[in-house]
Design a protein around this ligand. Structure first.
Ligand code: AKG
Length: 219
């Protein structure tokens, strides 16, 4: 059986991460709207990541292996999905609130109006064969997808399409990868196809992704 995420079940709760508050401005909103993704380095500090990992560890046994292949996409990872608002995941709720605060300051043409993450998913990648093949996220997710890297590094690959060229991003602990989802900037779709590779600097990588289901619908 694969190990649970490292952590000791501390009761500490995340307070609004400074990096999320300060690093999501500048050129980031324009980049997500224009390119379909943006890479924000250092959005979470080590202590903040630790609190989120400890909270996930307290949900012991609820990580489930993804099916090996879905709709032609290879998957090798375990996932723990929860509802934003779950009282057992107070730090995830704080993280979601910090994103809502940060994007509230975005300029009108990029503003993800009504954005409220509703779903959080920890992903755990173990060993050299781990990762996700090229895929797009479900169309029912709205406005923004926020992928925080908590443990380990990996190559995050964005596939070339009519929205933009290919990109190969090294995501490291604390980084946030923002992806455009339907409705952002008024676009009916705008999702970028992407893939993630195996852990690069050890045997394990853990990410935490926030998504919004429902709410604002594209025109
Ligand atoms: O874990 C990651 O870095 C990416 C996750 C992802 O692409 C997904 O869940 O669709």
């Amino acid at each position: 059986m694969r190990p649970e995420p490292r952590g000791g079940g501390s009761a500490a709760v995340l307070t609004r991460p400074a990096g999320v508050a300060t690093r999501l401005g500048g050129g980031v909103p324009g980049e997500v709207v224009a390119r379909g993704f943006a890479h924000v380095r250092g959005a979470l500090g080590a202590g903040e990541r630790r609190v989120l990992l400890d909270e996930a560890a307290a949900a012991r046994g609820r990580f489930l292996a993804l099916p090996d292949r879905v709709n032609g996409v290879d998957q090798n990872a375990d996932q723990l999905t929860l509802r934003v608002g779950d009282p057992h995941h107070a730090s995830v709720n704080e993280l979601a609130a910090s994103i809502v605060d940060a994007v509230a300051g975005w300029p009108a043409e990029a503003a993800p109006t009504g954005y409220r993450p509703t779903e959080a998913r920890y992903m755990r990648y173990t060993g050299g064969g781990a990762g996700l093949g090229a895929h797009v996220d479900g169309k029912f997710y709205r406005l923004l997808v926020c992928v925080f890297s908590l443990v380990g590094s990996a190559r995050f690959r964005v596939v070339a399409d009519s929205s933009g060229p290919a990109a190969d991003v090294l995501v490291e602990p604390g980084d946030l990868l923002l992806l455009r989802a339907p409705g952002l900037g008024g676009a009916p779709d705008g999702r970028r196809r992407h893939a993630v590779g195996p852990p690069l600097d050890g045997d394990e990588r853990i990410s935490l992704t926030l998504r919004m289901v429902g709410g604002t619908r594209p025109a």
